[in-house]
Design a protein around this ligand. Structure first.
Ligand SMILES: *[C@@H]1O[C@H](CO)[C@@H](O)[C@H](O)[C@H]1NC(C)=O
Ligand SMILES: *[C@@H]1O[C@H](CO)[C@@H](O)[C@H](O)[C@H]1NC(C)=O
Ligand SMILES: *[C@@H]1O[C@H](CO)[C@@H](O)[C@H](O)[C@H]1NC(C)=O
Ligand SMILES: *[C@@H]1O[C@H](CO)[C@@H](O)[C@H](O)[C@H]1NC(C)=O
Ligand SMILES: *[C@@H]1O[C@H](CO)[C@@H](O)[C@H](O)[C@H]1NC(C)=O
Ligand SMILES: *[C@@H]1O[C@H](CO)[C@@H](O)[C@H](O)[C@H]1NC(C)=O
Length: 206
């Protein structure tokens, strides 16, 4: 009967849609990545009255938030500014590239030497009002999914750092470095393109 043929085709079509939906969901779940969490845990510029030059010291904490994916970090560029408007840079420090396994944490130290004391002594004047520096972190990461490496994803995050008269970070707590909303939108856009590609491929192979 032609009717049963039509029904059979419909059932087949439904099961195809169901299966490809499940596959898409599974692939999305297993390919989904989250950016590492970055925080500034230590920051100080010791001011010694007898020396004109000083050294900035900082410590970063980087955490791979993925449950089952490794992260390959490119060299990390950490730049400090003497105010949140980022008009005057104090200097940059590069942390060498490294690999971080899933759910792992890393602590990275860095220094920027030969900073003139005058350049950063605004904070030491003790004006009473709060003084903030700014830290920017820029790098790219690739994620390791099973045996594969994804393409590079840019990471640009930053935060303001409240400092006191000796130019140390005021709060002992880590300062989380955050990105702006633009990055999240472009990530979702890419995900959309991925789904479209997947559906087209699925339909072609059918
Ligand atoms: C520091 O700078 C002042 C002038 O800016 C200079 O007179 C002094 O010799 C310098 N001290 C050192 C240790 O370089
Ligand atoms: C690090 O970032 C700063 C500020 O964006 C830039 O001026 C500097 O050239 C960068 N350094 C490297 C090695 O890319
Ligand atoms: C970073 O420096 C601190 C002291 O300032 C030290 O205790 C710590 O072991 C260093 N960490 C690394 C990874 O070198
Ligand atoms: C800092 O300055 C000293 C003397 O001026 C110089 O020997 C040293 O190489 C400089 N260090 C850096 C990292 O620029
Ligand atoms: C001290 O703070 C006041 C207001 O917060 C500001 O107008 C003034 O320029 C500051 N002085 C110095 C030396 O930073
Ligand atoms: C600045 O903060 C650091 C870290 O909290 C602290 O050790 C230091 O005593 C503070 N200095 C002043 C002048 O408040």
């Amino acid at each position: 009967m032609p009717d049963s043929g039509g029904r059979g085709c419909c059932r087949c079509c439904c099961s195809f849609i169901f299966t490809s939906g499940l596959t898409a969901l599974f692939m999305w779940l297993s390919l989904r990545t989250t950016s590492p969490a970055c925080a500034l845990s230590k920051f100080s510029i010791p001011l010694d009255q007898t020396k004109n030059l000083t050294t900035l010291e900082f410590e970063l904490r980087l955490k791979n938030t993925n449950k089952d994916k490794g992260v390959y970090y490119d060299p990390i560029n950490v730049t400090f500014f003497d105010s949140p408007d980022r008009s005057r840079s104090i200097g940059s420090s590069i942390i060498t590239k490294f690999y971080q396994g899933h759910k792992k944490k890393a602590t990275k130290n860095g220094t920027i030497s030969n900073i003139s004391r005058d350049e950063v002594s605004r904070a030491a004047q003790g004006n009473g009002s709060k003084v903030f520096f700014w830290v920017d972190l820029a790098t790219s990461v690739r994620y390791k999914i099973l045996m594969f490496k994804t393409k590079r994803h840019k990471i640009r995050v930053g935060a303001s750092v409240e400092v006191n008269g000796t130019i140390s970070k005021v709060y002992p707590k880590d300062i989380k470095l955050k990105s702006n909303a633009g990055k999240i939108r472009s990530y979702c856009g890419k995900l959309g393109v991925f789904f479209a590609n997947f559906l087209v491929l699925g339909l072609l192979s059918f």
